[in-house]
Ligand binder design. Structure first.
Ligand code: HEC
Length: 257
């Protein structure tokens, strides 16, 4: 974490003169959004998680892997066993070589890890103009202000870019990356997917949902932990009340003597 942030700082300083020359202010702290999972007792909004997985599955997963999750982990966002099975079976993974050593494919099983879109980081970088799309398993925690930044970033593309922005072929202008240029094309568009629950799929809504999903994915057991935490606090409060009642009772007797 520490190494990462100093690296980010070094990179930030390295690009600062360029951006400063272009007269564009560097990104500051992203605006704070309200999140269902915030605070010590926050719980993930399950509907938003399911919509967010849909955005990941339909959009982000064409370029980004998410190696730490298995299809079965999606039970944690309320997907039924049957839905998980169908989803896994719809994904093809590399299978063992056949008798003559030829590569084969097989359908994924629920306990397989999410399929990665590229066979290796090198292949990914070659396809994506030199920079591999990072694995999304821990995206939400490696950025300071993780969720707020992700939301700002996903809604922060500007097409066309501001007039004084540097133009680099294959790079896109975003308000929220250092130097303002990134190799990832804007992934979200209004109505690019349709939510089965009828929620209008605006860019902002998709960004909010996929961010919620990415935060969950980086810490899939947070809901359970927060629930345990809440019961622990309630238990301690009840014990405290009992202790106070006892103390009063005993002191009443002492004073009466
Ligand atoms: C067409 C391929 C493609 C799609 C689709 C895509 N990305 Fe990316 N993404 C990339 C590439 C390439 C990079 C690395 C770009 C770079 O560093 O210049 C990247 C980088 C990122 C970063 C890191 C940015 C940073 O500055 O650290 C985040 C966050 C991200 N993507 C999130 C997403 C999310 C969320 C989605 C789905 C809504 C998504 N991406 C869809 C290709 C893609």
């Amino acid at each position: 974490m520490h190494r990462l942030s100093s690296l980010a700082l070094a990179l930030g300083l390295a690009v600062f003169p360029v951006a400063a020359l272009a007269g564009i202010p560097e990104p500051v702290t992203p605006p704070h959004q309200t999140w269902s999972f915030e605070g010590p007792f926050g719980q993930f909004d399950q509907k938003s998680l399911q919509r967010g997985f849909m955005v990941y599955d339909r959009v982000c997963s064409t370029c980004h892997g998410m190696k730490t999750l298995t299809y079965n982990d999606l039970r944690g966002i309320g997907m039924s066993e049957q839905a998980v099975l169908e989803l896994a079976h719809s994904k093809m993974l590399a299978g063992p070589p056949d008798a003559s050593g030829q590569p084969t494919m097989r359908a994924a099983q629920p306990d397989d890890h999410f399929r990665s879109p590229f066979p290796s980081d090198e292949a990914a970088a070659a396809m994506m103009g030199g920079v591999a799309p990072p694995d999304q398993s821990r995206l939400a925690v490696i950025q300071p202000h993780g969720a707020d930044w992700l939301y700002a970033f996903l809604t922060g593309y500007r097409m066309p870019p501001p007039a004084d922005a540097p133009v680099v072929p294959g790079k896109f202008y975003n308000d929220w990356v250092d130097g303002h240029l990134i190799g990832m094309p804007p992934p979200l568009m209004n109505g690019i997917i349709q939510y089965p629950d009828g929620t209008p799929a605006t860019v902002e809504q998709q960004a909010r949902d996929v961010t919620t999903f990415l935060v969950w994915a980086s810490d899939p057991h947070r809901n359970a932990r927060h629930r345990i935490g809440m019961w622990t606090v309630l238990y301690l409060v009840a014990l405290l009340a009992l202790a106070i009642a006892w103390k009063k009772k005993i002191w009443k007797r002492v004073k009466a003597q």
